[in-house]
Design a binder for this molecule. Structure first.
Ligand SMILES: [Zn+2]
Length: 165
């Protein structure tokens, strides 16, 4: 993913760190749209990344606060992957990416921004996205784009998860 130039991420990298775990806090908040939460599963939730590498960059995050993949129960791990698959489907239906990067960054050397609470990145990719993303390179533009993306993705996710129950 490091070949994507994402200057708006510097706000995240250089910005003040909040007290406590942001992923645990987000899970407890009520206003899902405001917090960019697309779906709440039994063990994991799907959220758009506020500091994306690419438009449509989302994350599947377990409710359990751990940095250790092995600490997740099989059902929790399975749902994490299931929701990643569902996210890919929703992205494909709404944003027509030509590929994806999926990944979990573990530890400081692994490049994890939030190290104590693991999260699975789903990053849609388009051929040439490294060329057009800088056009949207202003943080403000990207932030406005986030809720536009949310409103496109949310109905697709809702439709897909209805079948899941
Ligand atoms: Zn946490």
């Amino acid at each position: 993913m490091k070949n994507l130039w994402a200057p708006w991420r510097k706000e995240f990298i250089l910005g003040p760190r909040e007290e406590g775990c942001i992923f645990c806090k987000l899970a407890k908040k009520k206003d899902d749209r405001n917090n960019l939460i697309l779906y709440r599963g039994r063990h994991n939730y799907i959220i758009l990344n506020r500091y994306p590498y690419n438009n449509g960059h989302l994350m599947v995050i377990p409710y359990k606060h751990t940095k250790d993949l092995a600490k997740l129960k099989p059902a929790e791990q399975a749902e994490m992957l299931e929701l990643a698959g569902l996210s890919i489907k929703a992205l494909e239906k709404t944003m027509f990416p030509q590929g994806h990067n999926l990944g979990i960054n573990l530890g400081a050397a692994g490049g994890a921004g939030i190290r104590d609470h693991l999260h699975l990145h789903v990053v849609p990719r388009w051929v040439g996205d490294t060329n057009w993303m800088p056009v949207l390179g202003e943080t403000k533009t990207m932030i406005e784009y986030l809720w536009e993306t949310y409103d496109r993705l949310a109905p697709a996710v809702a439709k897909l998860t209805k079948r899941r129950a």
